[in-house]
Design a protein around this ligand. Sequence first.
Ligand code: ARG
Length: 368
Amino acid sequence: MPAPRLPEPAAQPQVPEALTFLEAYHAETGAPGLAERCQEVQRSGQLLLSTAELTHGARMAWRHSTRCVGRLPWASLQVRDLRHVSGASEVFAHLCAHLRAALNGGRIVPILSVFGPGVQVHNDQLIRYAGYPQPDGTVLGDPQNVALTRHLQRLGWAGGPGTPFDVLPLAIEAQGEVALFELPPDTVHEVPITHPDAPGLGALGLRWHALPVISNMTLEVAGQSFTCAPFNGWYLQTEIAARNLADEERYNALPAVAQALGLDTSQRRSLWLDRALVELNVAVLHSFDAAGVRMADHHSVTRQFQHFVQLEAQAGRTARGRWSWLIPPLSPATTPVWHQAYDDTELKPNFVPQVWRETHSGCPFQGP
Ligand code: ARG
């Protein structure tokens, strides 16, 4: 009787992706040893990414982020290889260190921290303001974060002091267990919003945090998924002044800003909304500059984006982009991206949004 044939080992789905990544890595960085590395992957069916490979992969993921207009400095991304860290308290300590290092006294540094398997942050960004529904149907704080706030309260958060800008704790899930952590004050730098020549705007008590740190996207490199890989850049003023503080569904500050500026708000046709919007953008830039916190503006960042597209072409690559995300929400046609078309194909490595499953620790809110 012939010996029963053992089934062929199933082709690992990640092997082709691992090989494609290694080819790109070696071609782009000039690192030697591609053939040996590929043989290893063929032999073992897996790729243990080195820190250098993971770092370059994360940089490529930023370079490929079609929604990001601030990609010019992609190659400067600092990567903290924390794949050996997978306990909630340890993760939290490293997230605090990330926040301090990224702020860098105001000269913000783009950093990505990548953690071990089985770790996930429930918050969509490390710094978020609570949203508390009020009996009259309004929301105190950031209406976008009502579901997240409720989720954290269900996990045991007692709630904050009850200001419009209460910083939410972090829910860190590690190996199936969720724990809550309050961010220490020295990790959350905030900027009070004032206007260079309209003191009434400063009296509104508006503020925003210095660092946007996205924590709900999976980093995909070489066919491997890193579910906890928070990363930060620095803000573009329109994100805060033309969306977070301005949107009717967010802080809805334009009517108060218009009043502070003494504008006649009796009819929209007077363009009071538009005038308030411009002045709020002036105020946010002025305030971050006065506080010494790095911030982009939509005129410079879109020109830098043009430069990024040119550099990519020189490197033999086509920069991809989603036009509707790249144009700024203020005066878009005054920027060069308005007048361009972009190919929106998604390449790998990349960041992919996390889809919350209903079974996911009973997490009731939907990620964006
Ligand atoms: N738009 C988001 C916010 O207002 C931040 C997205 C990332 N932005 C950035 N500049 N890296 O919080």
